[in-house]
Design a protein around this ligand. Structure first.
Ligand SMILES: *Cc1c(COP(=O)(O)O)cnc(C)c1O
Length: 376
């Protein structure tokens, strides 16, 4: 059994993916080929956002957003403590201070209550000025944007939506990628919409920011590539990756999102009396980058992971370590008692096999194994 079965996906779409790749190789338009602009247009339309700027990976997408806003030394950026390293790494890359915020025990997303507490503390400390909230759509589920927008308005902060895992998710009819003042996503192979290497994109309704980001991603270009008006980076999306994404995109939106939601509903129905299953609030729709259950404590969690492994069932721990305990951030001072929820989640979560090609038989095998573990 695969944790995320990319081979099954390739088998299902082999012809269109191979044709897309061949077209790029035949044209030899490896950089900035027409497929990149076509992908940007399709993704902008899908998310309902005016501008989509494709780039080299999700981390760069986050970085480009912070650079476009001019975030740097003396600025504070609020980041959930329970997320992938990139969400906070980019803050340090631009020289700003990442202020980690605890998360909600049910949705695993940034807690509005903890956010406001950390904003107040940061203002009181007076060392760094609050500027941006990084809201992560963790495991595919959008963050609480109603609550976040209220706080952002009150303290005049920008929202950077980290939709690296959330692409395809939505709240009501509104798509992930449209909630932040700027949003970033990733096309890393294992993400909900993945390419065959690294890839990413930035989304914004703001035309001025879109222009800035387009410039920053190609060496701060002005009127041409050899007219450089600002310091940027080299962060284009390869044409080959755009072609792979275009070949996969229809299936992603028309069948794969529905398939992962059915698989998630089945796990939840069968496991809800055995262990703590994911909580999806009303109106929220997840793209199920991960299906993550919570165990009672670390011993139970690690025990279940071993038990599954012995029976050939892969599982993953996202995430083993809170951001505030990552050595890379030891230059800043973080207090463990500010992160009670994240500290517990890191000891108790376990992500189960989840992808659009997961079969009922495979799910039944996982479910039976978990039930057997609990019956001991
Ligand atoms: C994967 C991921 C990123 C980074 O994306 P890359 O394309 O790997 O650079 C950022 N944030 C979150 C939450 C992620 O899961």
């Amino acid at each position: 059994m695969q944790f995320r079965d990319l081979k099954a996906q390739y088998a299902a779409m082999k012809d269109s993916i191979d044709a897309g790749i061949s077209a790029v190789i035949n044209d030899c338009n490896f950089i900035s080929g027409r497929q990149v602009a076509e992908l940007e247009a399709r993704l902008a339309e899908y998310t309902g956002v005016r501008h989509c700027i494709a780039c080299a990976n999700g981390t760069d997408a986050l970085l480009l957003a912070l650079m476009a806003w001019g975030i740097g030394p003396g600025d504070a950026v609020f980041v959930p403590d329970f997320t992938f390293f990139s969400s906070g790494e980019v803050v340090s890359t631009v020289g700003a201070v990442p202020v980690f915020v605890d998360v909600d025990a049910d949705t695993f997303n940034i807690s509005c209550e903890s956010l406001e507490k950390m904003i107040k503390k940061t203002i009181k400390k007076g060392k760094a000025v609050p500027k941006v909230i990084v809201a992560v759509d963790l495991f595919g589920q959008p963050a609480d944007y109603a609550g976040l927008k209220e706080i952002a308005g009150r303290y005049q902060l920008k929202i950077l939506e980290d939709a690296a895992q959330g692409f395809g998710g939505r709240i009501g009819e509104r798509m992930a990628g449209s909630f932040g003042d700027i949003a970033a996503t990733s096309f890393f192979p294992a993400k909900p919409l993945g390419c065959y290497g690294d890839g990413g994109a930035v989304f914004t309704d703001d035309g001025h920011l879109a222009e800035l980001i387009s410039s920053l991603r190609i060496h701060g270009k002005g009127t041409s590539k050899y007219d450089n008006v600002r310091i940027g980076m080299n962060s284009r999306l390869d044409t080959l990756q755009a072609a792979v994404l275009l070949a996969k995109f229809d299936a992603f939106k028309d069948t794969e999102l529905e398939a992962v939601n059915q698989a998630a509903a089945y796990y939840t129905e069968k496991l809800k009396d055995t262990t703590a299953v994911p909580v999806v609030p009303d109106e929220f729709f997840s793209s199920w980058a991960q299906y993550t259950v919570k165990l009672e404590d670390r011993t139970m969690r690690d025990g279940l992971q071993c038990f599954l492994k012995e029976r050939g069932i892969p599982s993953m721990i996202y995430y083993v370590k809170p951001m505030h305990r990552q050595e890379a951030f030891f230059g800043e001072q973080y207090y463990d008692e500010n992160y009670p929820v994240t500290n517990v989640l890191c000891e108790t979560v376990l992500s189960l096999p989840m992808h659009p090609y997961l079969t009922r038989d495979e799910q039944d095998e996982v479910i039976a194994c978990i039930k057997e573990y609990f019956s001991h």
